[in-house]
Write a protein that binds this ligand. Sequence first.
Ligand code: NDP
Length: 283
Amino acid sequence: MPAKLLEGKPQAERIREEIRKKAAGLPQRPVLASVQVGENAGAEAYAKSQKKTAEALGIEYRFHKLAPDTSEAALVEFIEKLNADKSVNGIIIQMPLPQHIDYKKISWFISPAKDAEGMHPANIGKILFGKANLLPCTAAAVMELLNLSCPDLYGKEVVVVGHSEIVGRPLALLLLERFATVTVCHIGTSKAGKLEEHVKTAEILIVAVGKAGLIKGSLIREGAIVIDVGINRVADKIVGDVEFEEASRRASWITPVPGGVGPLTVTMLMRNVVEAAALAAKG
Ligand code: NDP
């Protein structure tokens, strides 16, 4: 039987309704400050779509465009102003940044309490202790898809391919918190020729690499849940990292690309902003 489609949109709609209600119950309208440095059409389009989503949920979106030659020191100063501004609840730095700015260095200046992307070391550290309230957006989006397809992760064999700081690593921690048995594969696994043997064992396979066709459909375990985070442009089409047709003949659930994890990621960003505002309101 072909796999059921694990689509992000219906899940996103449900969670957006919860966010809308929570935002409406706050003493002040939550505010997301978005910072772009220089001109970039892609970043601007992404910011526009964030603004639309934010406003639909009752969140004010303040877009700040800084000059392309803004120095790291000036950007830090700007972030610190936003940190000190009590009306701002969340801060996001739009990517890409000009080459002279180191994103990681800069993003660590965002107050952990206003870390809309959930990527500050203080928030990542809280995941380790099961105390996170602002989660990395893509990892949180994957967890939402698992809540639908496999709510009980206890003892499940989960294989995560990709160990980036924004997806694979935080995801592994979130899965451990739910008592899944987690194997994390990366370039070292592939170079050792062991990727296939791990993928074959996965009851739940999550792939976040960014290489079209990396995972052959024939490797998917019968009945597995497949979550493909990858986004690749191949001959004017967007595809994931997993061979979709063959994989969907074997899996029980599979995310489409596009339409799987993507629609949930921006929703998770808004959830963090409203959560940050709720925490600030509690004092
Ligand atoms: P990174 O490039 O930061 O990480 C890719 C990871 O894959 C690294 O851990 C890398 O290991 C690993 N890797 C590379 N080649 C192989 C291989 N042959 N076998 C096994 N592992 C390999 O990417 P991101 O984590 O930022 O993103 C991954 C994908 O997810 C991209 O396609 C991106 O566009 C997409 N994405 C989608 C989102 C969504 O909302 N749908 C959000 C964020 C990302 P190493 O570092 O050791 O080389």
